[in-house]
Design a protein around this ligand. Structure first.
Ligand SMILES: [Zn+2]
Length: 314
C-alpha cells in the first residue's frame, strides 16, 4: 500500500494531476480551524455576501483586517464553532489528509457556560471522522491574550486531555515568549506537543528566542531561520520540525520571490520540514495543491516531496 502511494503521489506531481495527489495520504499539521475550509464553503454558509480574499494580503495586519471585516461577524455561537471545526475536518478528508493538526483558539471556550460542552463538541467531531482522519486538536493562543485568560481559558484546555498540541500565534514583533513559558512547561507535563509561530516575517533572532524560552518541538513557519547557519544547525540538532506553508508565505508577503523560497535551503541543511495550508479560506490552496506548487516551481523533485509528505504523517 505504501509503495503504491509513493508511485501515485509521484505520478500525480509529474502529470500535474491533483486527483492522484489527493488520493495519497498526507498530513496538514499547520492549519487553523477558523479558516480551514474553502472560501466557497464559508460564503455559502454565511449567505453569499462575503467578499473574496484578495490575491495579495499585507501581512498579519491585512489578514486581521479581512477576518474582522468579512468572517468573524458570522461566528456568534456554539453551532458556528461546530461548523468551523467540522468543515475544516471534512475539507481535509476531501484532500486526502490523514493527519490533521488544526488549532482551535482557546478563547472559543468563552462561548460555553459549561466547559465540558466545548470539549465534548471537539471530541465528538474527532470520533465521528476517526475512520477517515487522525484529527489532532491543537489549542491556539494569541499573543495578545490577557494573563487572566491564560489561567481561565488555556489551563482548562491543557487539562482537558482533548488537545494534542499547543501553539502560540500573532504579532511577531511582540517577542513576549517569557509570558508563556510556565504554560508551555505545564503543557509538556501533560503530554502536549509544543509549537509556536516564529520566523514567519522576522528572522532567525525570533526563532532563537522561541526555541530558548519555550523549548518547542515544532515551529509553525520558521523560514526566517534560513538567515543564520547556527540557528539552522540548532534546529537540526534539536530535531525541531518546521511546518511550512508556501502559499501563505507568498500571499502575506513573508516571501517575495518563490524561486528563492527558503524551504529548499532548510531541507538541504537536513532540517525536517512539512508542507501545510495555514488558512485555506484565505489562500485557496489545499495541501495537494501546495505540493504541486513546489514541484512546478522546480524547488523539489518528486522523491524529495514524497519524503516531505511522509514527514507530516508521523
Ligand atoms: Zn499559521
Amino acid at each position: 500500500m505504501k509503495k503504491i502511494e509513493d508511485e501515485l503521489f509521484k505520478a500525480g506531481l509529474k502529470e500535474g494531476d491533483l486527483t492522484k495527489i489527493s488520493k495519497v495520504s498526507k498530513g496538514d499539521v499547520h492549519n487553523h480551524c477558523g479558516l480551514g475550509m474553502r472560501f466557497t464553503t464559508f460564503n455559502k454558509w454565511a449567505g453569499g455576501s462575503v467578499n473574496k480574499p484578495p490575491n495579495k494580503i499585507d501581512g498579519l495586519k491585512g489578514l486581521d483586517d479581512y477576518i474582522f471585516n468579512e468572517t468573524i461577524k458570522f461566528i456568534n455561537d456554539k453551532e458556528d464553532i461546530k461548523f468551523l471545526i467540522e468543515e475544516t475536518v471534512k475539507e481535509a478528508i476531501r484532500d486526502g489528509v490523514k493527519v490533521l493538526g488544526a488549532s482551535i483558539d482557546c478563547h472559543e471556550l468563552m462561548r460555553f457556560t459549561d466547559k465540558k460542552e466545548f470539549f465534548s463538541l471537539i471530541l465528538n467531531i474527532k470520533n465521528k471522522y476517526n475512520a477517515h482522519i487522525d484529527f489532532r486538536p491543537e489549542v491556539g493562543i494569541p499573543k495578545s491574550i490577557t494573563n487572566e485568560n491564560l489561567d481561565k481559558l488555556l489551563i482548562p484546555c491543557i487539562e482537558s486531555g482533548v488537545f494534542k498540541s499547543i501553539d502560540l500565534y500573532g504579532d511577531e514583533t511582540k517577542e513576549n515568549f517569557e509570558k508563556f513559558k510556565d504554560y508551555y512547561k505545564f503543557a509538556k507535563e501533560k503530554g502536549l506537543k509544543l509549537k509556536v509561530h516564529s520566523g514567519e516575517f522576522h528572522d532567525y533572532r525570533n526563532v532563537k528566542k522561541a526555541i530558548a524560552i519555550l523549548e518547542v518541538d515544532e515551529i509553525q513557519h520558521g523560514i526566517g531561520a534560513v538567515s543564520n547557519e547556527y540557528i539552522m544547525d540548532l534546529i537540526k540538532e534539536k530535531n525541531i520540525r518546521l511546518n511550512i506553508c508556501p502559499s501563505s508565505n507568498y500571499i502575506l508577503g513573508a516571501v517575495r520571490e518563490m524561486k528563492k523560497y527558503p524551504a529548499r535551503k532548510l531541507y538541504d541543511k537536513g532540517i525536517v520540514i512539512t508542507i501545510n495550508t495555514d488558512d485555506l479560506l484565505l489562500f485557496n490552496s489545499g495541501v495537494s495543491e501546495e505540493y504541486l506548487y513546489l514541484y512546478k516551481l522546480k524547488l523539489f523533485d518528486v522523491d524529495e516531496l514524497n519524503e516531505i509528505r511522509k514527514n507530516s504523517l508521523i
